[in-house]
Ligand binder design. Structure first.
Ligand code: BG6
Length: 477
């Protein structure tokens, strides 16, 4: 068998994309509750005025408010995950359910109780929870008061939140992640850091500062986790980046290296305990002031993660040649260009299974720590046939080829991989577009881009296929 016997197969969600119930049981309004859905969502994220208007005077449809109502339907959904044979279920805790304003004196008991029941339900079915502390969500109050992670004030607030949930779920949750795709702040600061950037000229410095504050908070969470539950494992999470030099020109390979080293610079700190040398030079040369604390270096050095988790969807190419450099793939927020050799999804994400083997090798060889693929999947439109069936062969094809690549990385390349959670094991709100029609799930949810539908769940063809994959520990693809 190529996958280890205890390999953790499962699926992944995030609180804000699935739960809904955005004001229920004391939850506070969070950053993701103030962004509209639709193709213009990424532009709205980047528009300081629009975000402020949404906060002060919310008008229109905000898809995360109801999402797919996982908050009330988690028992039914987890039973379906169990039917597929999940060993692990990745989700996140909405920080704003536990601390509705982020800086409340006491945690919200109803929020804590919700996750107790959710994790108990998983454990009842033999499913291990893998929990992200922060998946693009926090009390909007923290944006209003501190401009999110721009401020160091968030570090102790996050540490207190982390300690609260570690103590509460000790024994129930054995796998933790600190920040989802920590590198996303570079691309979408409001999403990654709850930070509004008014002056584009300040963006770079503010992003590095916000990320630094998250790195310190992440390290303090690692420390607290080890103290509170020494049996638990805690990891970091990065949006992986594989970009190919467009040509064999040395400049293109250098451009790839530059893109890559920036993408992994935060994970370098989380896994290795220090900032890379090039970045220290870059900070000095560009007068980037992190406003770091006196103990930060020590905290970062002493509290590196147990494992490295990443998301993997697609790859791109890099060129310094002005003739091709403008040829951006749609849906590509990493800065590369379209690779002419690859097919794309309906949303322009280029499909590249071998890229996953490359990402696994690259990450393992860089950090020498166990890995976890915590997101991978195809966002696609599904058609419900007259008999109610959903024949998502394209999704099966995508996942099959990626699992094959993963298998080779384990079997041939010797990568230590703990598990695999496909993204959106159940359909829910897309993070980048707010659409429902960009579906990733094995389970179809009857809801459309305007929020209409019964929210009824049904099994897609891929549901039965994935069940077979898990049953055979990845042998039957
Ligand atoms: C990852 C995020 O970047 O990609 C998820 O961690 C997100 O939250 C996923 O949903 C897929 O992106 P999208 O925009 O298709 O939902």
């Amino acid at each position: 068998m190529s996958f280890p016997k205890n390999f953790l197969w499962g699926g992944a969600t995030a609180a804000h994309q699935a739960e809904g119930a955005y004001l229920e049981d004391g939850k506070g309004v969070s950053t993701c509750d103030v962004v509209h859905g639709g193709k213009g969502r990424l532009a709205e994220f980047a528009d300081a005025k629009a975000i402020r208007a949404n906060i002060d005077n919310p008008q229109g449809y905000f898809p995360e408010h109801e999402a797919v109502d996982f908050y009330h339907r988690y028992r039914e959904d987890i039973a379906l995950f169990a039917e597929m044979g999940f060993k692990v279920f990745r989700t996140s805790i909405a920080w704003s359910r536990i601390f509705p304003n982020g800086d409340d004196a006491q945690p919200n008991e109803a929020g804590l109780a919700f996750y107790d029941s959710l994790f108990d339900e998983c454990l009842k079915h033999g499913i291990k929870p893998l929990v992200t502390l922060s998946h693009w969500e926090m009390a909007i109050n923290l944006t209003k008061k501190y401009n999110g992670w721009e401020s160091r004030e968030l570090i102790p607030l996050f540490e207190r939140y982390a300690k609260t949930v570690f103590a509460r779920y000790k024994g129930k949750v054995k796998y933790w992640l600190t920040f989802n795709e920590i590198n996303m702040t570079f691309h979408v600061p409001f999403l990654g850091s709850g930070m509004i950037v008014d002056d584009p000229a300040e963006k770079e410095e503010l992003c590095y500062r916000a990320c630094h504050n998250q790195l310190v908070a992440s390290a303090l969470a690692v420390k607290a986790c080890r103290e509170i539950d020494p049996d638990a494992k805690i990891g970091c999470m990065v949006a992986s980046l594989v970009a190919y030099p467009y040509s064999s020109r040395p400049e293109d390979t250098w451009a790839k290296l530059e893109l890559e080293r920036k993408n992994y610079c935060l994970t370098d700190v989380q896994a290795l305990g220090v900032y890379p040398a090039w970045l220290k030079k870059y900070f000095a040369r560009n007068n980037i002031d992190l406003k770091a604390g006196a103990d930060d270096e020590k905290i970062l050095r002493e509290n590196t993660v147990d494992f490295v988790a990443f998301s993997y969807y697609s790859t791109s190419a890099v060129s310094t040649d002005p003739e091709v450099a403008g040829n951006k793939g749609i849906g590509n927020i990493f800065g590369g260009i379209k690779n002419p050799g690859l097919k794309s999804s309906e949303w322009g994400w280029q499909i590249d299974p071998l890229g996953l083997r490359i990402a696994l090798n690259f990450t393992y060889n860089r950090y020498r720590k166990p890995l976890f693929v915590v997101e991978n999947g195809l966002g696609a439109k599904d058609v419900v046939e007259a008999d109610g069936s959903i024949n998502d062969d394209y999704r099966i094809e995508y996942l099959r080829e990626h699992i094959k690549a993963m298998k080779t990385a384990v079997e041939v390349d010797g990568v230590e991989l703990w598990g695999y959670t496909t993204w959106g094991c159940i359909d829910f709100i897309s993070a980048s577009t707010g659409e429902m029609s960009k579906r990733y799930g094995f389970i179809y949810v009857d809801r459309d881009d305007e929020g209409k539908g019964t929210l009824a769940r049904s099994r897609k063809k891929s549901f039965y296929w994935y069940k077979g994959v898990i049953e055979s520990n990845g042998e039957q693809l």
